[in-house]
Design a protein around this ligand. Structure first.
Ligand code: E4P
Length: 222
């Protein structure tokens, strides 16, 4: 499973890049709005920091506008993937951008039927929002399972990018279901690594080592 970081914070992206496990980044207008500075410069710097797919979202809601913004984002850097919302105009824009060789991440996907249409329009990635479905008492993970099955049935050249992952078990479940990518905030990435038994075990190893060194020192002195 590829791991993408869901943030526009350069501080977090640099920190995560050093871990060597991050394959890409997803941003959205809300995430970019939280950062100070020119969004274009921020995206460029993200592309220079992580050599993988970096999603940049359009804000136009008509196909012509999406096409214009999408071409602009794609021209910024070879790593950019154009993020397009899953609406009727978005499908039209996806078809055209894909035919020009641009990669599209179709976002705001909440049902298998939306994912099917996105893949047929030529999207490279579909982003089903697991956490936001869970928020409204719908099983977000079942939507991931259904999309993975549909894409497998027809061998679609489109990756399932499990998004809106809110905790480590969301990531584990999505990986078990075969989602190609999981995008997550830094807090979830950090939580994937954490285990109290690792910390307790390491503390004990170091204490035992120190104790043995002291005993060896005492023996040598005596
Ligand atoms: C994905 O591309 C979205 O940016 C993101 O995963 C949404 O997550 P949220 O529902 O926690 O805002």
């Amino acid at each position: 499973m590829k791991i993408f970081l869901d943030t526009a914070s350069l501080k977090e992206i640099r920190e995560a890049a050093a871990l060597g496990v991050v394959d890409g980044v997803t941003t959205n207008p809300s995430l970019l709005a939280k950062e100070s500075g020119d969004p274009e410069q921020i995206l460029l710097e993200i592309c220079r920091t992580i050599d993988g797919p970096i999603s940049a979202e359009v804000v136009a809601t008509d196909a012509a506008g999406m096409l214009r913004e999408g071409r602009h984002w794609a021209a910024l850097h070879k790593n950019i993937v154009v993020k397009i919302p899953c609406i009727l105009e978005g499908l039209k824009a996806t078809k055209l951008l894909a035919s020009e060789g641009h990669r599209v991440n179709m976002t705001l996907i909440f049902s298998p039927s939306q994912a099917l249409l996105a893949a047929k329009a030529g999207a490279r990635y579909v982003s089903p929002f697991v956490g936001r479905l869970d928020d409204v008492s719908t099983d977000g993970m079942q939507v991931i399972a259904d999309i993975v099955q549909i894409f497998d049935n027809y061998d679609f050249d489109c990756e399932v990018l499990a998004a809106s992952l809110r905790h480590p078990m969301h990531v584990v479940e999505a990986a078990k279901l075969g989602a190609h990518v999981g995008t997550m905030p830094m807090s979830v990435l950090a939580a994937l690594l954490k285990h109290p038994l690792t910390d307790i075990g390491l503390k004990r190893f170091l204490e035992d080592w120190e104790k043995a060194k002291k005993e060896l020192g005492a023996k040598a002195a005596g």
